[in-house]
Design a binder for this molecule. Structure first.
Ligand code: COA
Length: 390
């Protein structure tokens, strides 16, 4: 019996900003954003898409009527929570029409939380062949207009159905987590934007990766040539590349170096056009790898590094299942990314400010959304009301 990812899907809002234009507007050389940070486009969330609606939108296309009866736990991982008490998983559970006898919780540890959610689901399902766990990673990454972190923003959600005998990726029993108390990025309660020490956050990420990987390799007697490819948490595509390069030392053979480097390009292709989606970034990278890498085979092992500032890192692995491509929505994902609307820097700034003031203007914001999509319709007395677009 194996447990792993049976279905995986993502949702991103239908608006984006071109990073070269954002750079020009900030009087920065565009190559800093395009090459130095490694981002081409950045998803921008309208007021009508919050972590609940994006999470529901990511999940709705992978859930069948039978799934709704079998899901016994919904876990939402987020670091942009809209409530300090009520779990967004409860609202998503309602929107999706999942049977009522289910656990719903929200998990937090910066960008890392979807990984312990999956590991929890894996252990939970070991003795439950007829149940399923829905894990959703949903975030709006906001650092502030003209802030240092502005080019590393984004918005989106990834939904994963975790089951026994999965159709996409079997999770191995090998995870190694590494915890270190560091103030590289944090958001004190009540603050709209995170506090971040950019340089420290890059160093802390690489340190966490090296500690997790070295301990993983030591415990399991595994070296890099064991992996077909590696996926990283991707706050921006250059970040994971720095971490990867840090372990491609002179003693690693050229074939392995080339394989992992070209695999990294496939594993960050979607991220390059979405930006940082915090908890979902590693799993968007996994989707990108599965859908854009042309030489993956059943039985290949993929290494995954999850990182959440503060910090917790985790290195684990999964094995690709025969016929995995049939379980992916490759065309749907390409359409979602290719049919977004580019907005000017001025419009992006207007969207951004509306989030701060919780202002709605649906005529503009829903113009290009497709039918059946969940959206936030209003907030009355601090209660969020959702609807679907018909
Ligand atoms: N052409 C090409 N590259 C250029 C360039 C140009 N004209 N100008 C600068 N660069 C490169 C820099 O050399 C640097 O590359 P390096 O890291 O390989 O040295 C990169 O662009 C970024 O430059 P930097 O000066 O570090 O940018 P910054 O001070 O604006 O900070 C972040 C960048 C990512 C740290 C900042 O956006 C941030 O704090 N983001 C949020 C935190 C985050 O995502 N942390 C990641 C770990 S979770």
């Amino acid at each position: 019996m194996t447990v792993g990812i049976d279905q995986i899907n993502f949702y991103v809002p239908s608006f984006y900003v071109d990073m070269a234009k954002l750079a020009e507007s900030r009087q920065v050389d565009p190559n800093k954003f395009l090459i130095g940070i490694g981002q081409n486009e950045m998803a921008v969330s309208p007021m009508s898409q919050d972590i609940v609606s994006m999470g529901a939108n990511a999940a709705k296309d992978i859930i069948t009527e039978d799934d709704k009866k079998q899901i016994s736990m919904v876990i939402v991982a987020t670091e942009s929570a809209i409530d300090s008490a009520k779990a967004s998983a409860v609202q998503i559970h309602n929107l999706l029409g999942i049977q009522p006898f289910a656990r719903c919780i929200e998990m937090k540890e910066a960008c890392y939380a979807a990984t312990p959610a999956i590991q929890l689901a894996k252990d939970y399902l070991a003795n439950r062949p007829d149940e399923k766990v829905l894990v959703i990673a949903s975030d709006t990454a906001r650092y502030g207009l003209e802030s240092g972190g502005e080019p590393t923003q984004g918005a989106g959600a990834v939904a994963m159905m975790i089951t026994q005998n999965p159709r996409i990726l079997e999770l191995n029993d090998d995870a190694v987590a590494f915890t270190e108390d560091v103030y590289d990025f944090w958001r004190p309660s009540g603050q709209s934007y995170p506090l971040v020490d950019g340089a420290l956050s890059k160093d802390a990420y690489i340190h966490s990766f090296q500690e997790s990987w070295n301990e993983y390799a030591r415990r399991h007697h595994i070296s890099l040539d064991y992996f077909k490819s590696l996926c990283f948490h991707v706050p921006f595509t250059k970040m994971g590349k720095k971490a990867l390069d840090s372990i491609l030392t002179d003693d690693i053979d050229e074939q392995t170096k080339e394989r992992l480097t070209s695999g990294y390009d496939a594993a960050t292709y979607y991220n390059r056009y979405v930006g940082n989606i915090y908890t979902g970034s590693l799993y968007l990278s996994l989707i990108s790898l599965l859908e854009t890498h042309h030489e993956l085979n059943a039985g290949d092992t993929i290494g995954l590094f999850s990182y959440g500032s503060g910090s917790v890192g985790e290195f684990f692995s999964g094995k690709i299942v025969e016929g995995y491509r049939d379980a992916l929505d490759i065309e749907g994902h390409k359409n979602l990314l290719n049919h977004r609307t580019e907005i000017s820097v001025d419009t992006y700034e207007a969207f951004f400010k509306r989030f701060d003031n919780l202002e709605f203007n649906h005529e503009v914001e829903l113009a290009n959304e497709s039918k059946g999509i969940f959206y936030l319709e209003s907030i009355h007395n601090h209660i969020r009301n959702y609807n679907t677009l018909n």
